[in-house]
Design a protein around this ligand. Structure first.
Ligand code: B3K
Ligand code: ZN
Length: 874
């Protein structure tokens, strides 16, 4: 396949100031007429041909300035259009007519049908499946769109921008016109047509401009969109307050569709969402669903400035819009909920998903410089590590200078297709700072690792902190350049107060700027031995190897003023206990856990000065995947599972009485609210329910809770305990059937039921998943269904997926192959579940390698899938 390189970037020969599109919608034969105003970028240059991208297109007619082109004037294939005879004028108008088949489009890129409605997905390169175009993000055009369709089937006709004329066409057809005054790249184009229900609201911007808001959903689901609408209005207000960004069109529309490859899409003025991230009510959505809806509604809305008003010059710059917008949505959620709890959840996600990516064969820089298939670069590195890099800029500059840099970026590049260099330069100029060393974070992949050691000299009153940097994954150590790593820190006294000291060079307030492969920082004026708290708030996305003993960690867990580091200390204690237990399990020794760790869990649960959501997180041991990553090699998922469940059972038994009290004390009286406070209490109670059930050794308590639960959060939590801890109990069968029956006509909710069963530990789950694939609610064509069952199985069920007999891999390969026939993006995304195959123990490793090799060798394997498989095997 073709390899695309950043260094090959060239501006296009032509500009397209205006694009007019007419859609005559038909399920199997939609006609698209595109009229492009083309302008030579350099009228003096001798450009004699024009090449536009296509993908699977059928050309019906082509003309320039109203005159049909002669057959020898152009060459049209399904994948590109080359016009060889061009007028010599500096500008001309090109009209292209193509025919497309939305019904047959199961790749869900371009124009397709979902539940009988028409919708589009164009990012990254889907527009070329609609018409021939300069389908690249640096060609910005003003779009005017006319949609013609059957009135009965498609009463709703939507596109980007503001609504224009609409009316009847006779013969049961009607039309609507839309105009988007903001020049945009083709990937932000959208069209939706169908028979949809709607809820409406409005927002007045800071400067008094009224905006009509609407969310379109399937008929009958309108009420379930109210929370999303509320989140939208809060997003609009927040972006004005925090970043000074106001909305810029008369209308803002959101449409929820049930067949969608990702979470949502930020098309200008017409966001299209996976219905999973719009629909919510008490009975069908969990607290986690609500939080995700809020975050994703915010994320797509925030793209209006960071992504749409300022877009990317080329796809290598993807993190310019994604990393920054993730940072913005994280800040939004932190402001709407609990900042500390949000930060802990972010770091857990980063460690569980981004660290293994960066430490394995799919590792790439935040700003890559080569790709084969851009769709495979919508990764956790681009998104989450990209966000961490922006966060570090803020840490280095401070709140005020950071905001000044953002203001400058938004002002200087409004209307541009920009680069990472442009972004960094805005902060350099605003803060009068050199960020050239810092920029390495964009270019050097691998998870940085910082090893620290400390020494205290009582007589001199000095505390020496020695830091060394290396990395896991990425370029070899001898070719790595030192990163500038901002480490927020504090030196604590025995009473937990922050000690005063004289700071050495390179320490700026609470931030250590660690910028060499190795460096010592000597703090003076310390009369007592300080207790170090470092990388507070996870100021740098690194692996930290410290020299802290158990007493040090227990101290931080109890006294650190930084809530994140309190959690981090607890997490490290649990991680050490688990690693030790895995070692015991492997040698056949009995598993035991330090009593002080068990009692610590009781103390945390009881500590009313900590918010319940924080306690819930602190009481959740590192996941099996986290433990596997931490161990790093020769992984035996069964040993990891055994260690983790033994720890949980020990914690439960050691603290049963206390847990029971706290469980009761955190009951919620009064009506359901999806807010931070209630969801915190529910999460604490549900963590405790698991512990108590393990202590009970039976399903009674969880069964009781499942029957009493008035909301989906509690119902799902109880059902998980039943299925995961007591898979063969009658109570579990009863509750699974009741759930299935209650939601038999709501596949989106039934996805949760599929997911719970797909994550039941143990190799018997392979057969269960096979059986569920024949369930009437399952469909290989719907990405949500496939991800709920197969995605959960392969990415969140270590013991079953990595069954020693290889049956998990066999099932996985069958499904990935089947998905690849219709939807390569879905297949490629599933396939990353095997990226850490090299860290498995030898038997599983060999089976995994063989599975990958067989899939890669299959004739007809898509570019998307083979790109992932080849890099994984390389
Ligand atoms: N920009 C889209 C992602 C598009 C993915 C294309 N394969 C959603 C988002 O990040 O906001
Ligand atoms: Zn995004």
């Amino acid at each position: 396949g073709t390899v695309f390189r950043l260094q090959d970037y060239r501006p296009s020969d032509f500009l397209i100031p205006e694009t007019r599109l007419i859609f005559r919608l038909d399920p199997r034969e939609t006609l698209v007429t595109a009229t492009l105003s083309l302008e030579r970028r350099d009228p003096a240059a001798d450009v004699t041909a024009l090449k536009l991208a296509g993908d699977g297109l059928v050309l019906k007619s082509i003309s320039i300035d109203g005159k049909a082109l002669a057959a020898d004037a152009y060459e049209a294939t399904a994948d590109c259009l080359i016009i060889k005879q061009l007028p010599s004028s500096s500008s001309f108008s090109l009209t292209i007519e193509t025919e497309i088949d939305p019904e047959e489009n199961k790749a869900l890129m371009g124009l397709y049908r979902s539940s009988g409605n028409y919708c589009t997905q164009c990012e990254a390169e889907g527009f070329r499946r609609i018409t021939y175009f300069y389908d690249r993000p640096d060609v910005l055009s003003i779009y005017s769109v006319r949609i013609e369709a059957d009135r009965a089937n498609c009463p709703v006709l939507l596109s980007n921008g503001n609504p224009g004329a609409s009316g009847d066409l006779g013969d049961g057809r009607h039309f609507a016109e839309w105009h988007d005054p903001h020049p945009k790249p083709s990937y932000l184009f959208a069209l939706v047509a169908g028979d949809l229900g709607v809820i409406r609201d409005h927002f007045t911007t800071a400067s008094g401009k009224p905006v009509d808001l609407a969310i379109y959903v399937e008929h009958g689901k309108e009420e379930r969109a109210l929370y999303a609408m509320d989140a939208l209005k809060r997003s609009m207000k927040w972006d004005e307050d925090v970043f000074g960004c106001e909305y810029d069109l008369d209308v803002f529309n959101i449409v929820a569709v049930s067949d969608f490859n990702m979470g949502a899409m930020e098309n200008k003025g017409l966001n299209v969402f996976n219905d999973k991230y719009v629909l919510a009510d008490e009975k069908t959505a969990t607290d986690v669903d609500y939080a995700l809806i809020e975050a994703i509604i915010g994320h797509e809305y925030f793209h209006n400035w960071t992504g749409n008003r300022i877009t990317c010059r080329d796809w290598f710059q993807l993190c310019l819009k994604e990393g920054l917008t993730v940072f913005r949505d994280h800040e939004f959620s932190a402001d709407q909920r609990s900042r500390a709890v949000k930060r802990i959840a972010e770091v857990r996600t980063l460690r569980t998903h981004q660290f293994p990516e960066d430490q394995g064969p799919l590792s790439h820089p935040v700003r890559p410089d080569v790709y084969k298939e851009i769709n495979n670069f919508y990764t956790t590195t681009i998104y989450e590590k990209g966000s961490e890099v922006v966060r570090m800029i803020r840490t280095l500059l401070g709140e005020q200078a950071f905001r000044a840099g953002m203001d400058l970026y938004l002002k200087r590049h409004d209307g541009d297709a920009a680069t990472i260099e442009d972004f960094v330069k805005s902060f350099e100029d605003a803060a009068k700072l050199d960020l050239s060393q810092f920029s390495l974070w964009y270019h050097q992949n691998g998870t940085p690792k910082v090893t620290l050691s400390t020494a205290y000299d009582q007589t001199a009153g000095t505390f020496t902190l020695h830091l060394k940097q290396s990395a896991i994954g990425g370029p070899a150590l001898n070719t790595r350049k030192p990163l500038l790593i901002p480490l927020v820190f504090g030196l604590l006294g025995r009473d937990g107060s922050e000690l005063a000291y004289t700071a050495p060079q390179g320490v700026d307030g609470s931030v250590i700027r660690f910028d060499a492969m190795e460096k010592s920082f000597v703090f003076e004026g310390l009369k007592e031995k300080p207790i170090l708290s470092i990388n507070r708030g996870f100021s740098a996305p690194i692996v930290l190897k410290d020299d802290f003993d158990v007493a040090h960690r227990l101290f931080l867990a109890a006294h650190d003023s930084d809530a994140f580091n309190r959690w981090e200390a607890i997490n490290a204690l649990l991680m050490d206990a688990l690693k030790n237990a895995v070692g015991q399990e492997k040698t056949g020794a009995a598993l035991d856990f330090p009593p002080q760790i068990l009692s610590l869990m009781g103390k945390i649960a009881e500590n009313d000065s900590l918010e319940p959501a924080f306690r819930a997180l602190a009481l959740t041991p590192p996941s099996e995947a986290d433990l596997a990553r931490e161990i790093g090699e020769n992984i035996d998922p069964d040993a990891i599972y055994a260690a983790r469940i033994a720890l949980q059972a020990s914690i439960g038994k050691a603290n049963a009485a206390a847990f029971e009290k706290i469980y009761a004390a955190n009951a919620i009286n009064g009506p359901f609210a999806p807010d931070a406070e209630q969801s915190g209490k529910r999460s604490l109670r549900n963590v405790l329910l698991d512990y108590l059930s393990l202590a009970d050794g039976g399903p009674g308590r969880a069964h009781q809770s499942a029957m009493q639960s008035g909301n989906m959060t509690d119902r799902i939590a109880a059902l998980s305990v039943l299925a995961h801890r007591f898979p063969d109990a009658d109570e579990t069968r009863t509750e699974l059937s009741r759930f299935e029956h209650d939601f038999r006509s709501d596949p989106l909710v039934l996805d949760k039921w599929m997911q719970i069963q797909a994550t039941i530990p143990g190799e018997q789950t392979v057969a269960r998943v096979r059986a569920l694939m024949n369930h009437p609610a399952f469909s290989m064509l719907n990405p949500n269904r496939v991800r709920a069952l197969i995605g959960a199985f392969s990415s969140a069920n270590q013991t079953a997926f990595h069954s020693a007999d290889g049956s998990g891999y066999t099932l996985f390969a069958e499904v990935v192959t089947k998905a690849d026939e219709r939807n390569p993006q879905l297949a490629a995304r599933l396939a990353i579940a095997l990226r850490s195959w090299r860290s498995l123990e030898p038997v599983r490793r060999e089976k995994a390698r063989e599975t990958l090799a067989v899939m890669a060798a299959r004739e007809g394997c898509s570019i998307d899938l083979s790109d992932i498989l080849e890099r994984t095997l390389a």
